[in-house]
Design a protein around this ligand. Structure first.
Ligand code: ZN
Length: 151
């Protein structure tokens, strides 16, 4: 278990597309455990592997006291719209207003390679969309209506 450094916007790694995970063993478990420690320390709602410099399709979300570990996630469907504030651990001290789907159905694999489906709504749906974007090199500021905060 270790706390990793969260890379900040401007680092080209954040703009790269991540690769599928093919190994559901120790190395991936270590990554997930480190991401969890890092997220808790940073007091965030979600963290994607590229944010710690690992270009793998992995993210974790922590909303309403519940942890979700998602490997090779796919958003199967989305519906409705919500407009709300968003921040990112890789864009320190800022927030922006982003329109996201209000509901999403996400399919992913757990650390043992077992598939599962989450039906997320509201802020949880927002968190899934935000983290999934990171796996494609997209940062919320790309989609925000405006961004505020100190620079
Ligand atoms: Zn983020």
């Amino acid at each position: 278990m270790a706390i990793r450094n969260i890379i900040q916007v401007g680092d080209p790694t954040l703009r790269k597309k991540s690769f599928d995970v093919t190994d559901f063993g120790q190395k991936t478990w270590q990554l997930l455990d480190d991401m969890k420690d890092t997220l808790i320390k940073a007091n965030g709602a979600g963290l994607a592997a590229p944010q710690i410099g690992v270009l793998r399709r992995v993210f974790i979300v922590y909303v309403d006291d519940k942890f979700y570990e998602c490997i090779n996630p796919v958003i199967l469907s989305e519906s409705g719209l919500q407009r709300g504030e968003e921040g990112c651990l890789s864009v320190k001290g800022k927030y922006g207003v982003v329109v996201r789907p209000n509901k999403v159905k996400v399919k992913a694999f757990d650390r043992y390679g077992k598939p599962f489906i989450v039906n997320a709504e509201g802020f949880l749906a927002r968190a899934f969309c935000h983290e999934n974007d990171h796996l494609n090199g997209v940062i919320y500021t790309d989609k925000a209506e405006f961004v505020e905060g100190e620079n």
